[in-house]
Ligand binder design. Sequence first.
Ligand code: ARG
Length: 739
Amino acid sequence: MKKLLVFALAVLAMVGRVRADEGMWLPMFVERLNYVDMQKMGLQLTPEELYSINHNSLKDAIVGLGSEAKPRGFFCTGEIVSEKGLLFTNHHCGYSAIQKLSSVEHDYLKDGFWAKDYSEELPAPEMTASFLIRMEDVTKDVLGVVTDDMDWDARNKAINGKIKELETAASEEGKYNPVIKGFFEGNEYYMFVYQVYTDVRLVGVANSSIGKFGGDTDNWMWPRHTGDFSIFRVYADKDGNPADYSKDNVPLVPKHHLPISLDGVKQDDFTMIWGFPGSTERYMSSYGIDYNVDTFYPIIIDIFGKELEVMDEFMQKDDAINLMYADNHAGLANTWKNFIGQCTMLRKNKVSEAKVTLENRFKQWVGESAARKAEYGDVLPNLKKSYEDLSDVAKYIFYPNFVAQAGPSGLATAFMGYYMAAQSKDKEMEAAALMELQGMDVDGMFAETNPQVEHKMYAEMLKTYKNAFKAEELPEIYTVIDKKFKGDIDAFADYVYDKSIFATPESIKAFIAKPSVKKMEKDYAFQVSQQMTGVLRQHGLDYRNTMNDIRKNDHLFVKGLREYYAATQPEKSLYPDANSTMRMSYGSVKDYMPADAVHYDYVCTANGIIEKYVPGDYEFDAPKRLIELIEKKDFGPYADENGDLIVCFLSTNDITGGNSGSPIMNGKGELIGLAFDGNWEAMSGDVNFEPRLQRTINVDARYVLFIIDKYAGATNLINELDIRKSEPQPIREVEETEN
Ligand code: ARG
């Protein structure tokens, strides 16, 4: 899930307060902006228990999952659920790390993995856990370096310099990782100070046929029966400080961990989700939406669709290839389907139209004052023009970029530096470039790729390019293909794979031993790379300048919009777009109607797994043992009051990609599930929140515990968790009804 626009709703409803469901709020302002609302809806914690920099609070259990030691953003969210640093996140968040730990013999994606004790836990490559220590408004400092006479580039340079300076000062000699981010399109700046733990280990994960049940067919959709969770543990040195992996490290004793509730959910129950939403576009202009729907998304859908077709063909018949491409495929498929959904739903939900209404009101308000006209009079016409320019240039950027990265041409692109140096006739430069060639990890360039898949992909990318352009616009190489290969791109690709320097590690190594500019020039793979990067170079500056104009005008537009709202709807609180910083979203458990006469319940049960189950299917297979447990209704303490097992449930919380793995909590701050997806009918939600349609899909904590306990038998973990169930209070209920 991605980004949105706050406006249509506000404009249509014209109400004072923003509806509670909508908004990704900064925890630091909870008391001022949200607390009263939250309390009315069912929150029982105090503001201090939610977010405090002096005491342990709920925010201390929320973790940003990154892939570096000093991440500036997070691919997912996790939450600490025990006194020993145990961390829950989604299956699809652990996916990449689990793939890297797997082999065909030990395929943890396929078969799952459960450590029986600490000693069996597996250090997860490239996974770090960031804890937020504090956040702070640094707008005055950052914007203090900006002067009126600066152009956009100079302004950015000054801002970035100041950001670096402030971050360095706050890092306390590298102890912390401070990250400053712009909000409201660079109209405000906040600093987030993190402590980053780099020793994170895999503890438990169910088979993909549980964790990814329903695959890409069910992805982005409800009803959903996916057990989308995986379990890691954060390790620290003996003093509880971050430390790189060492066998002497110990489980982190966290400042706070989330208890887990067995109480389950009812319609309208209060829910809150904390995490790190990646990006939304709620302040995007109608022109930006039209550009995405008409130009940008269709290009990416076209390219990713072809790549996925090729991967699918090979993955489904070969276990090794299936594992090798699993993460890459999942990422592409997720974005591909998301973009298709966005194209459909941005139109269907009339998001651009709602923006036009807002923009017209804005224009009218601007027109009422000479000062406003001077400042904002051009901003919308400028955005319109810039997006038209961007639409013209987009295909000359994205298509060649993908071809230049494909197969042997992609590898040839890595030799462009050498080629240019050798051509320059500057002996020193050439010698340096040669040294660089000799240091290349050639085998590494082929690692984790399969030649059959890459070969087919190469041909398909060349075809995709050809289909996207008029004949007279095609680079030279297509004339060669026509003349020498009778227009047969497959035959051309076969030839390249047979003859090119860049087709195999051996031929590349032979070339490095005896490099020659002439040989490169004759190489078709290199020619493709040269010509595609040529197209990129020809249009790259236009693209960059246009993007800069858009950012500049977005900055101005949002500045104006905030003034417009302050003047016309002073009661309305605005929240900033998601930008991979910690946010809080609150709402409630709720069903919805996806279409006329169709009602979707807010929970689904394990019976749905049986209904969807297709033995041996790529997406809808399920472990035999799971099917047996469900058929026997052997759910232990995790069943609901009807004896059913709830698998997933819906809530109105406002989230997006990056929130994956986030805890969804009840009014007591207890974990009731993990957020993992959004729903199809509201795929426009990153641009505009749709209160009637937009839902977060959560895996129920009881299903998570059922899998850990009854399915996997990992009672060691069950014992470690802080599981709570409220006492039933029947007597008071009777009294109340009698009154
Ligand atoms: N749509 C989910 C998200 O973006 C990811 C789901 C992964 N599952 C899958 N079948 N690809 O957070």
